[in-house]
Write a protein that binds this ligand. Structure first.
Ligand SMILES: [Zn+2]
Length: 132
C-alpha cells in the first residue's frame, strides 16, 4: 500500500500539485492541463505550469447532502476559484463556516486528505483551499 500512494500521485499530478498548462502563443492558462490550446490550435505552444495556489472565490455553493465517502464532512463549501494566473479550478474550501465564504474572498491552496475509503484501498490527498 505504501508503494501505491506515489503511483496514484503520478497518475493524477494535477490533483496533487495543481499543475496546468500555459499557451506561450496567446498566454492563456488551462486547468486541468490541456494537450492543445483550443484558441491557437497548431500554433499554440503549451508548457506545464505549477499554479501558486492563490486566487479568489469566483462562485460558491454549500453542500448539505454529500456523496458516499464524504458524509462526515457536511455541510461543506465547494467553490470555483479564479487562480491569480487566470485559470479557474473547482475545489473545496476548508477551515471555515459556510457563511464566511463570499464571492471575491481571497483563498490559498492547502494540501489535505480527500478520500480515505477508495475502492482500491488507497488514501488520496490533494489540494483544497482556505480563506486568507
Ligand atoms: Zn493559445
Amino acid at each position: 500500500m505504501k508503494e501505491s500512494i506515489p503511483l496514484t500521485w503520478r497518475k493524477i499530478p494535477e490533483r496533487y500539485g495543481l499543475i496546468g498548462t500555459k499557451c506561450e502563443t496567446c498566454g492563456k492558462v488551462y486547468f486541468p492541463p490541456r494537450p492543445i490550446c483550443p484558441k491557437c490550435r497548431r500554433k499554440g505552444r503549451l508548457r506545464e505550469i505549477k499554479f501558486s495556489g492563490k486566487g479568489k472565490v469566483y462562485t460558491h455553493t454549500t453542500i448539505y447532502s454529500a456523496p458516499t465517502g464524504f458524509e462526515d464532512q457536511v455541510p461543506y463549501v465547494i467553490a470555483i476559484i479564479e487562480l491569480e494566473e487566470g485559470a479557474k479550478v473547482l475545489g473545496q474550501i476548508v477551515d471555515c463556516e459556510p457563511d464566511e465564504v463570499k464571492i471575491g474572498s481571497g483563498v490559498e491552496k492547502v494540501f489535505r486528505l480527500i478520500q480515505r475509503d477508495d475502492p482500491e484501498g488507497l488514501i488520496h490527498y490533494g489540494f483544497k483551499f482556505r480563506l486568507v
